[in-house]
Design a protein around this ligand. Structure first.
Ligand SMILES: *Cc1c(COP(=O)(O)O)cnc(C)c1O
Length: 418
């Protein structure tokens, strides 16, 4: 559910006409809806009810300060993968004590910075990382809270749609290896064991793999308890999918319900942490773009817009489908199938293929479901400034990231000395 709807044939974000934003801010431009962000966060939070839980929004999905500000005002925690993301959380008013540091490649300076800020915990992915964290904690006289990320290694034959997420070995640790690390950690006075973590992939549209993963995690946790290692919470990671096209992912309520049910079956009401990114932000954003040229050839019709793969890379990178709709529905032209392409000099620069749209030059289009993994993955390829970002809040809107200036694109560069 989102708050991008037509009123009098004109697409609105909440109560603001997107054509107004295009006129005042220009295109291309990301537009987010505060009410949608809040609705999604509450959907997760309400689903857990009285069960002790923490929702740690995955900052990598969209780290704009306004997004983080909205979430921290709701009392959200955060999941970060770099010190840069930690700085964003802090700059937006978020609490380090509600923030979890994930990722396979934490550097010593990042670990130090997170410890000094009072990070809630580190989700550890290797023995070397534990070693590094205990060294730094000992140096600074702090106690680092840690969880180990388990790779639950679900049989990909059962769930082929997530097999790519499981075959790779970069993420997480086998249960055996993790057990060794927990035993080492439990003997260290600068380490406090906080929980057990996992994250099995992204854009999951079924509950079965979650149930399987959780089952393995709970069995592993029982093993830990048997060895006298106490666990304060279980972190299930993120990954709940959204509807881009025809997908029908479970709702946050169904997803959280399944997690709670599984805990109940196991007979241990562990506090739960989840790290949703996409499910909170994807449907809360659109990319607003203007049609500049319609180009017809014997084989294809091209609709050339001012947004491109540098602004939104998902179609080029993953052949991802993004719904594209008209901002004003009253154009009256007949619909033609177009490839929607941008100005970047790459054949992979497309935003959608074979879309039937009644467009004319000068019309506005909205690319839907781009609030997550949209702006954050943008680049300056072809010396294109990153687009402006706008947050709509009821009948008002705020520019929450200025469009980059051309000068800023080479501000850190220099010519050679004479
Ligand atoms: C990417 C990531 C998430 C968020 O994934 P979504 O699919 O956006 O929900 C959560 N936790 C970890 C460790 C991640 O790497």
């Amino acid at each position: 559910m989102d708050y991008f709807n037509y009123e009098n044939d004109c697409l609105h974000a909440e109560q603001v006409a997107l054509s107004t934003i295009a006129d005042e801010v220009g295109t291309p431009c990301y537009v987010y809806s505060r009410a949608t962000v809040e609705r999604h966060w509450h959907a997760f939070n309400d689903a857990f009810g009285e069960h002790p839980h923490r929702i740690c929004y995955a900052v990598k999905a969209n780290g704009n300060l306004a997004v983080l500000d909205i979430l921290s005002r709701l009392g959200s925690g955060f999941d970060i993968v770099s010190a840069g993301e930690l700085r964003r959380v802090l700059a937006a008013g978020g609490a380090a004590g509600e923030t979890i540091f994930s990722g396979v490649g934490k550097q010593p300076w990042e670990i130090r910075e997170a410890l000094e800020a009072g990070i809630n915990s580190f989700n550890i992915e290797s023995q070397g990382e534990l070693q590094k964290i205990r060294e730094i904690a000992a140096e600074t006289g702090e106690v680092a809270r840690i969880s180990v990320r388990i790779n639950p290694d679900i049989d990909p034959m059962t769930h082929p749609y997530i097999s790519t997420g499981l075959r790779e070995n970069k993420f997480g640790l086998s249960a055996d290896k993790a057990l060794e690390i927990y035993q080492l950690a439990s003997q260290d006075k600068n380490i406090h064991i906080s929980g057990v973590a996992c994250h099995i992939g992204s854009q999951l549209t079924e509950l079965a793999p979650y149930r399987d993963a959780l089952d393995k995690i709970l069995r592993f946790t029982r093993q830990l308890e048997e060895k006298g290692i106490h666990v304060e919470h279980i972190d299930f990671g993120g990954g709940l999918g959204v509807r881009y096209h025809n997908e029908a992912p479970p709702s946050p309520a169904e997803y959280c319900g399944a997690l709670l049910e599984q805990l109940e079956l196991f007979g241990k009401r562990y506090p739960v942490t989840i790290e949703p990114g996409r499910a909170i932000m994807a449907n809360a954003g659109i990319l607003l773009t203007r049609v500049h040229y319609l180009k017809h050839s014997a084989e294809s019709n091209f609709c050339v817009v001012d947004a491109a793969m540098n602004d939104l890379i998902r179609p080029a990178l993953y052949q991802a489908y993004q719904e594209i709709i008209e901002v004003n529905r009253s154009s009256g032209s007949t619909a033609t199938a177009y490839d929607i392409v941008g100005p970047v000099c790459e054949s992979s620069d497309f935003l959608g293929k074979g879309r039937r749209l009644p467009v004319r030059e000068g019309d506005l289009l909205a690319i839907r479901t781009v609030g997550a993994y949209g702006a954050v993955m943008s680049s300056n390829y072809n010396a294109r400034p990153r687009p402006a970002e706008v947050m709509v809040d009821g009948s008002r809107f705020h520019v929450v990231r200025q469009r980059e200036s051309l000068e800023s694109l080479y501000a850190g560069e220099s010519r050679l000395p004479d």
